[in-house]
Design a protein around this ligand. Sequence first.
Ligand SMILES: [Cu+2]
Length: 85
Amino acid sequence: MTTESFTVTGMTCGHCVASVDAELRTVPGVTDVRIDLVPGGSSNVIVTSDEPLAPADVAAAIDEAGYQLGDDRSDDGGRTTLPLA
Ligand SMILES: [Cu+2]
C-alpha cells in the first residue's frame, strides 16, 4: 500500500472536491482519497493506493476533472534545486 500527497489548484467548493475525488478513484489501485480544500488556492490531496501510483495517471485524472496539479515542492524539506549560475 502506498500513500501519496500532492496539491491541486483551481478547486473552489465541495463540488470541485467531489469531481477530483471521483476521478482519482478511477485510477487503478486507488482505495482512498482525502482532499483538504483550500478554496482558490492549493488544496492538499492524499491518495492511498494498493499499487504504486503512476504520476501520469494521477495527472490525467486531475486533468480529466478539470483542475491542475500544483507545484509539488511543499513537503520535501528544502530539496529545492536551483541552477548555480
Ligand atoms: Cu467547485
